[in-house]
Design a binder for this molecule. Structure first.
Ligand code: BG6
Length: 495
């Protein structure tokens, strides 16, 4: 079903930053090139650097890919304007107001405004407050146009700051105007989890503790912090990946079927299951959560430095670049089914996968070699790369014996639907312009995730003496991560 939003204007705070360069502008350009957004679409980029419209467009052109040189790019770039400003200065918002009104009239964007917070998160509360104080946050009751705000992750630094930020946001905006983005929810394969579960009749009846032994979620990256050391020092793997992306994956896999695909029906169920996840008590952190930090090693065929040698990283930093945790969900569907998650930088492979590991057959009449892994079926959602879904089953090896091997039934996006999958940001930006918040996070989910992570953050922070387990770059993380599963008689899947 093709969908086309009304003309609108997007104000990007953080216009010269990494996210704008790597994700926002390329995604908006692709949307515009494929005519998914109307011709008058306008961008006002706000940032501290001193630039003019022309020098900003020039900088974008150098950032843009090879497509950036042609006429389509020039047309797109004509709709981009730049405003150099200090986010904390009230005068900025007066100027912004004038500029928006002027461009709205010129480009007929119908007073539909979308703000994007892509600055360092410390600036979010000020920007939100100033927008509110300058009458730029409330939609005109006369219906002049819509006003929405996208808030980039991290939404808060911990539970308390997430609540504070939310307090400011909800004082200035209605919840229906607020779009808290998690780009994992925009990935095709992540959306497909819901279609797979709720548009097929055969899986849901076995999607529970009677049939499922455990769930493993891996989001490993084979890159390091890539010049973002300063940011990463304030984050670490828990804040950077677990609190948002991984908790969202757990929610999609574990939630109950919603009554319909209405945004709040889906988000109610996600929030409910996140609230059913057992909070790890401080005294359990050492047995249920593992952290690690990468040392030197090889990734993608190249020798790489350890985390402590990365630019912007303190030489004695205790920030974790790897985390593995065992969660449990206290409800009827999932009681006693462990959810093991792991994520890390500079690991052996860049893979994001959710594996549903079914219980073993109760009795096997065939002889099998020890460790052949025949007895449990595994359903794996490959989020990236090689997007697809695989079901591991046992099959008889051709020949005169009944020797068995695990084999895969495979669905691959690339071979079924062709190679190109729309980028996550494209999908989410378009959804926001269309006013569809289904794939954005509601505040209750954000707070529920923070409250699950908080005891781990606090316990790790309080412990300033235990050495952080090190792992060699290019490996699967510290041995403590294997021990986490081995203690339960399980092992990480080989990926
Ligand atoms: C971002 C994190 O949210 O997600 C990055 O800040 C991480 O550190 C990235 O690399 C991973 O996203 P993707 O889409 O590459 O899996």
């Amino acid at each position: 079903m093709s969908r086309s939003p009304e003309p609108s204007m997007m104000v990007i705070f953080g216009g010269s930053g990494d996210l704008t360069r790597r994700k926002l502008i390329p995604s908006l350009f692709r949307l515009s090139r494929s005519r998914m957004i109307p011709a008058g679409f306008t961008i006002i980029a706000v940032s501290r650097s001193r630039m003019t419209d022309d020098s900003y467009r020039e900088m974008l052109r150098s950032w843009a890919d090879k497509d950036g040189q042609n006429e389509t790019w020039n047309n797109f770039a004509q709709g981009i304007f730049y405003m150099s400003a200090d986010y904390r200065d009230p005068a900025t918002y007066e100027r912004l107001k004038e500029l928006m009104s002027k461009k709205e009239a010129e480009r007929r964007t119908g007073a539909n405004r979308l703000y994007y917070l892509a600055t360092p998160p410390a600036d979010y509360p000020d920007i939100v407050r100033h927008l509110g104080e300058n009458g730029l946050s409330r939609e005109d009751s006369g219906g002049a146009g819509w006003i929405r705000i996208i808030i980039e992750k991290p939404f808060g630094y911990d539970l308390a700051s997430a609540r504070e930020l939310n307090h400011e946001v909800s004082f200035r905006f209605e919840e229906r105007q607020v779009y808290r983005i998690d780009h994992y929810l925009g990935k095709e394969t992540v959306q497909n989890i819901l279609v797979f579960r709720f548009a097929n009749g055969i899986f849901e009846p076995i999607w529970n503790r009677q049939f499922i032994d455990s769930i493993q979620i891996t989001a490993s990256e084979n890159i390091g912090v890539e010049g973002r050391g300063t940011y990463y020092e304030q984050a670490g793997a828990l804040r950077d990946m677990v609190q948002n992306h991984i908790m969202q994956l757990i929610a999609l896999v574990a939630m109950e079927p919603p009554p319909d695909f209405h945004p709040d029906s889906v988000r109610d169920e996600k929030s409910k299951v996140l609230r059913s996840i057992r909070r790890i008590a401080p005294e359990e952190v050492s047995s249920l959560a593992v952290r690690g930090q990468y040392g030197r090693g090889f990734t993608r065929g190249k020798e790489v430095v350890g985390y402590l040698e990365e630019p912007g990283v303190a030489p004695e930093s205790r920030v974790e670049t790897f985390a593995a945790i065992r969660f449990n969900i206290d409800n009827w569907r999932w009681a006693d089914v462990p959810f093991y998650i792991r994520t890390g930088k500079n690991m052996a492979k860049g893979v994001t996968e959710i594996a549903i590991i079914f219980r073993e057959t109760p009795h096997l009449i065939f002889r099998q070699e020890p460790g052949a892994g025949i007895r449990s079926n595994v359903l794996a959602f490959r989020i990236q790369p090689d997007e697809g879904i695989t079901l591991r089953i046992a099959a008889k090896l051709p020949g005169q014996t009944t020797e068995m091997r695990p084999v895969n039934m495979d669905f691959r996006y690339g071979s079924t639907f062709g190679p190109h999958l729309a980028g996550a940001y494209e999908r989410l930006l378009l959804d926001c312009m269309l006013g569809d918040p289904t794939l954005f996070n509601r505040i209750d989910s954000v707070e529920a995730s923070w409250s699950l992570i908080q005891p781990i953050l606090d316990t790790w922070k309080a412990d300033q003496s235990t050495p952080i387990p090190q792992y060699e770059s290019g490996s699967w993380g510290p041995t403590e991560s294997d021990q986490l599963l081995a203690r339960d008689g399980r092992a990480w899947r080989l990926l």
